[in-house]
Write a protein that binds this ligand. Sequence first.
Ligand code: PLP
Length: 508
Amino acid sequence: MTLQESKDLDYLISDESKRRYPSRLKTCIKYFNEPNMVFLGGGLPSSDYFPFDNISINVPKPPFKSGITNSIVEKDDKQEDVTDISLFKDLKIFDNDIPLSRSLQYSNTQGHPEFIKFLREHTEIVHDMKISDWDIAVSCGSTSAFESVLRIFCNPGDIMFFESNSFSSFIDAARGQNIKTFPIPIDEEGIIPEEFEKILNNWDSNYRKPKLLYTIPTGQNPTGSTIKIDRKKKIYKLAQEHDLIIIEDDPYYFLQLYPYIKDVNKREFLNKDNKVNSKDFLKTLEPTFLSLDYDGRVIRLDSFSKIFAPGVRLGWITTQKRFIEKFMRLHESTFLIPSGFSVSIITNLLNKWGQEGYLQWLINLKREYTIKRDFVIDGLIKNIPKELIDNEIIKIYPPEAGMFFIIKMNVKKHPEFKEKDKFNLNIEKFEMYMYEKFVKNRVCIVPGIWFSAIDPELDISKNIEIDDYIFFRGSFAGTSKELEKGLERIGETLKEEYIDQKEKKRSK
Ligand code: PLP
């Protein structure tokens, strides 16, 4: 299939972004590494004075025969399980190494070619790209990339669509820049396209119509929901009809887990002999918004935070080339480049593992997080009184992706919810009370209200219906020891509140 060029959507950018031009000084950096060029044009410190001569790091080696969790130190005698990452100031061992004299120097804001090349190949393997002029720019993780999105596309006072409960740091980031947030109803499968359509079609013309939809399609934070392809197609169509840009923030994309099976003996993925082939793994992944994007209206944010470690502060942005230019213009005067240590270590690791090795890492991660998800769901079923679950006073859902689980609680079924001198039907009061009760019982899970995209400063944002259930978010990323204790305490708290309280009332 011949790919089409993306649409020119530059008219959607912010006033700030319109004012940005390429830094004239930065245009000459491309000559820095050219042979026979005497480069005296930049304020680049001499790498002779970088006090870093070499770095050596051991990481596990694909296909990760002994799993991805064991410390390499513990298996000193098994050197065949180790990938050695050795980087030198001026020496390249492999073609794709970025020597420290280069990675620790000022350089092109888009990213080093060795890194971008790997990511381009990865993109072609994972996403079915529909436009010809797509490109990639490196980021310092999705938090920083999201901040850039706000500055490139929003003017103060703009309104932006968010899932009705969404990642609170990004809601705060938007509001901090005087961008209002408008909630889109979601359920266990993410954004409800029909509800979104109603909102778009009935938009109050007294308010500027949003240009951006921010979504976390996989293992959503906080609800754990995942948007399937049918809904994604409908949402993308709405974005086309209403000229929206979709910000696809997908840090949990590769944590799409095996289905939850109640019977432990039937959990086949646990069988270590079941080798997963990377082609089969790729087939199990939900297609992304990026893969549906014929116009170039999707901006995808990827991050290594949940794949390697949050502290590497490295990620990437994929979208049409014109938008990538806008990111580069901004980044030239904000973060410039991510840490050279991170870039050279991660680039070396990726190139040594290769695309196949990286996929094997992701396959292992999926298995590990499925074990944790199953542990938590089994534990909730075990610890929450059965009658609360059977009567749907408490609802739990095995998330299909990510690292979050939610516990839904029917507020109206709480024995004191309607009592005037207690909660007096005040949901917020009830949520905060429950939060404090969990903390008192030494387990910290967080109330859904903290993730609400209802904007207190935007009247039309408040029309969203609230149902009988509130929710609390927990993470299953912890150790099984921590999780076990936490789940017992959650069960105990719910029993005290919904069963013991009722008994107390009855016996009064
Ligand atoms: N986006 C979502 C949905 C998240 O849940 C998180 C972290 O929890 C981030 C972004 C942060 O990503 P990064 O570490 O790449 O900034």
